[in-house]
Design a protein around this ligand. Structure first.
Ligand code: MD3
Ligand code: FE
Length: 219
């Protein structure tokens, strides 16, 4: 989004930094192309099944490690039994540049080596309830990249899934990094603003979110 009113970089909570318009349109198109490819296989994008029944409204495909509630594996046992695509080196580099952009510490960012990405696709009706991400055995930061429709992103607190929280608009090209005290913050996506995507991103409808993480797993 080329804003008439520029949106500044904001530390929303300690360690939670929003960097609007971080990705160029060309980078967004490249990421959309990569995600389209991963969505087709080896493990196709799907609505993740929840252990207590039901499925998530968001569709997810994983790279590096496969996530299902509430564990990471190399093999997608709940989808088709195949090994997920490898986590590419260019994405490690992108994660390090994201950390540098958010925290301004290139030396610390050089030690950041994400090994998994969850790629979420939201159609106009999809949402994500308030949750914490704690299936990783590492407290390293999570890097989030948004492409396509703008959404309302709810940043809560580390104690409860309820108030107090802050609602923020996440638009195409935005970067968000969650580290330090915010790594275990409750967060969710209560609403996607349908039809707000710029087709120049390569997405004509819906919202794509890529989160890079460090699983802390080996093998
Ligand atoms: C804060 N995804 O995949 S991105 C998720 O837009 C997830 O698809 C949302 O929550 C989405 O788990 C939100 C921002 C985000 C992602 C992971 C986090 C914030 C986070 C992990 C820890 C703390
Ligand atoms: Fe999350």
């Amino acid at each position: 989004m080329s804003a008439l009113i520029p949106r500044p970089t904001m530390e929303v909570a300690p360690g939670a930094v929003h960097v609007p318009d971080w990705l160029t349109l060309e980078q967004q198109r490249e990421l959309v192309t990569a995600c389209r490819d991963w969505a087709t296989g080896p493990v196709p994008i799907r609505h993740t099944e929840l252990p207590r029944g039901g499925v998530m409204s968001v569709q997810t495909v994983c790279v590096g490690w496969h996530w299902q509630p509430y564990q990471y594996t190399r093999i997608a046992g709940d989808v088709n039994g195949l090994r997920v695509a490898a986590f590419p080196d260019w994405m490690v580099d992108l994660g390090r540049r994201a950390l540098t952009a958010a925290y301004g510490e290139a030396a610390a960012a050089a030690d950041y080596t994400p090994d998994t990405a969850l790629i979420n696709f939201y159609d106009g009706q999809a949402k994500m309830g308030m949750h914490q991400d704690k299936d990783e055995r590492s407290s390293a930061p999570v890097v989030s990249l948004s492409i396509g429709d703008t959404c309302v992103f709810r940043v809560g607190n580390t104690e409860t899934r309820t108030k107090p929280y802050t609602d923020i608009e996440l638009a195409s090209g935005d970067l968000f990094v969650f580290g330090g005290p915010s790594r275990y913050i409750f967060h969710g996506v209560p609403k996607v603003h349908e039809g707000t995507a710029d087709p120049a991103t390569g997405l004509t409808s819906g919202r794509l979110n890529i989160t890079m993480r460090v699983t802390g797993l080996t093998g």
